[in-house]
Design a protein around this ligand. Structure first.
Ligand code: ZN
Ligand code: ZN
Length: 420
């Protein structure tokens, strides 16, 4: 007999709150770029050891795994991401970041926790502390995964390639949450496709360079690229089922240097968002088909080159796992537990449960001051007035954001691990 009554575990919230807020402010003031999360990882490992976890460090670079064992029973994996973004913070908060760092290309850039991953780290550490302090309420194992490099889409794969599966075994379920521009105190779950799959593609098409006055000697890659951009507009409008959400954006076209020189190649970069694997496969195949055919039509002297990068998997929440979490949230949060709208953002979390072959669910928590959110909503100005993730003014309020995110993880974990 299990129960997801979390009241005894959550009674400890008051005793960890001050420590957790301090930790959050510290993480926020010391953000680190993807793959550089060394200081953060050190803080995480210390806290996990204090909570009595078995700790594995440097998993896939800077990743950290904490395992809290509490007798026989199922295991629940929870994941928080740790990286920040090259954004100059403009929140004006007393604990705002003034940090700069050297990015992967060697450039000095400002760094900010503009996506709220500091919230995720603080909440997961808080949840582990609460569960460690109330071992009478549950049995089994809690596996806390602190992942690097979510923003560049390869942190989860990096941990998997470095043996994550051997460390975590086969959990019953994998859980994850993200702070979003919704009212703080609220939680949102969704069954099925929730975050889009994302694929970026760089396409190089080849022509034959010539003097601008002698086009007959050329195969003009500028015209070829232009035809490709226009024809690609038909992939969503003519080849994707109406009502199926999908996006194909050509974000960059580069060719040539001078008005009277026909260049010898052009580079087209595009981004695709989709919510079903079949749609994703069909769109990417259509892009290759159209580009190859346009190159043939132009008499291109060599085949086009395709390079996929910044690929995020689909986040497709498992029905049973999501319904179990949603029911537990309903009991804990009442009306503040709602259905999460379909999100256009993307995440690499699902790489982990997919590789482990286990069900997963990914939910949202609000981070915006509820009064400010309500004022913006009443004025019809949510889009204009509420800062979103990745903006320089994205500033989750400490509370009730941290309490809610911590409680959500505890409540969800106990839906599998709890006992009466
Ligand atoms: Zn982000
Ligand atoms: Zn994020």
């Amino acid at each position: 007999m299990t129960t997801d009554d979390a009241s005894s575990t959550l009674a400890g919230l008051g005793s960890v709150r001050a420590l957790q807020e301090d930790l959050y402010r510290d993480l926020h003031a010391h953000p680190e770029l993807s793959h550089q999360e060394r200081r953060t990882a050190g803080r995480v490992a210390d806290r996990l050891r204090e909570a009595g976890c078995e700790v594995h460090e440097e998993v896939g670079g800077t990743g950290v795994v904490g395992v809290l064992r509490n007798g026989d029973g199922p295991s629940v994996l929870m994941r928080a991401d740790m990286d920040a973004l090259p954004v100059r913070e403009a929140t004006g908060l007393p604990y705002a970041s003034a940090v700069t760092a050297t990015d992967a290309d060697g450039n000095e850039v400002p760094v900010m926790h503009a996506c709220g991953h500091d919230v995720h780290v603080a909440c997961l550490l808080g949840a582990v502390s609460l569960l460690a302090a109330d071992t009478g309420a549950w049995r089994g194992s809690v596996v806390a995964v602190f992942q690097p490099a979510e923003e560049v889409a390869d942190g989860a794969q990096g941990m998997l390639a470095d043996g994550l599966a051997d460390l975590v075994g086969t959990p019953e379920v994998a859980l994850c949450q993200h702070v979003l521009p919704l009212p703080a105190g609220s939680v949102g779950t969704r069954v099925g496709p929730t975050l889009s799959a994302a694929d970026s593609m760089r396409i190089t098409v080849h022509g034959r360079g010539a003097h601008g006055s002698m086009p007959q000697a050329s195969v003009d890659p500028v015209v070829l690229a232009a035809m490709i951009v226009v024809r690609l507009q038909t992939v969503i409008s003519r080849e994707t089922r109406p009502g199926e959400p999908a996006v194909l954006t050509v974000g960059s076209v580069q060719a040539g240097t001078k008005s009277n020189v026909i260049p010898d190649h052009a580079v087209v970069a595009l981004n695709v968002r989709s919510y079903h694997d079949e749609t994703r496969t069909a769109i990417l195949a259509a892009v290759r088909r159209i580009v190859t055919a346009e190159c043939d039509a132009s008499g291109s002297p060599q085949p086009p080159e395709f390079e996929l990068f910044d690929r995020f998997p689909l986040t497709d929440n498992h029905r049973d796992a999501t319904e179990r979490v949603a029911a537990a949230f309903g009991r804990q949060f009442g009306e503040d537990a709602q259905e999460l709208p379909l999100q256009t953002a993307s995440e690499d979390f699902s790489d982990i449960p997919v590789a482990l072959g286990v069900p997963y669910t990914y939910w949202g928590i609000g981070g915006i001051d509820p009064d400010a959110y309500e004022a913006a909503r009443a004025a019809g100005r949510v889009a204009q007035d509420i800062p979103v993730n990745h903006s320089a003014t994205f500033a989750p309020v400490l509370q009730p954001t941290l309490d809610t995110g911590t409680s959500a993880l505890v409540v969800a974990a106990l839906a599998w691990l709890g006992r009466s």
